[in-house]
Design a protein around this ligand. Structure first.
Ligand SMILES: [Mg+2]
Length: 170
């Protein structure tokens, strides 16, 4: 199931995710303001996705959608890239002229949230189909790229800093 209700979409934690850190009542603050419990740093609660559909499910669903319409002939890599960029523009339009938007989109209406869910889905669908047509096994590629990112940005070196990797000294 995809997360479609407003509470999930805006990042309000459910009971399961709230219990990951054992509740907030015994939390303390460290000197730098981060939450701690018994002197240990506690990660802030994070919004989590549903486990399905997988990327392969999305690839197959879109393949069925295009096959049923005989649209595969139009879906070459360059066209898919341009379509994806167009959808990124539609996401940007929803954020345009609002100023900074807080995490969880507290000031957005249900209808605006649903519109955002639609446009982000369009971006993802085209991204997955582009990867398919370029023969990039996207879930595996993400694993390889995250490993490279960890090497490039060792947590011990970059913690709390937004510098680019070329700005760090060994
Ligand atoms: Mg769209």
């Amino acid at each position: 199931m995809m997360a479609t209700n407003g509470k999930e979409a805006c990042g309000v934690p459910d009971e399961a995710s709230a219990s990951v850190n054992g509740g907030a009542k015994d939390l303390a603050k460290s000197q730098n303001g981060a939450a701690t419990r018994n002197g240990e740093a506690v990660r802030p609660e994070r919004f989590a996705f549903s486990t399905e559909p997988t990327m392969e499910d999305i690839r197959r669903m879109q393949a069925e959608f295009t096959d049923e319409r005989d649209w595969n002939k139009f879906h070459q890599p360059r066209n898919l890239l341009l379509a994806m960029v167009g959808e990124v523009g539609e996401v940007a339009e929803l954020f345009q002229w609002r100023g900074e938007v807080a995490e969880g989109l507290p000031d957005w209406t249900e209808s605006e949230r649903e519109q955002l869910a639609h446009e982000l889905s369009d971006v993802l669908i085209y991204l997955v189909e582009l990867a398919e047509k370029c023969r990039v096994d996207l879930p595996r590629a993400v694993i390889r790229k995250m490993a490279l990112n960890r090497l490039k940005y060792p947590a011990s070196k970059v913690h709390g800093s937004a510098k680019k990797y070329t700005e760090y000294e060994d």
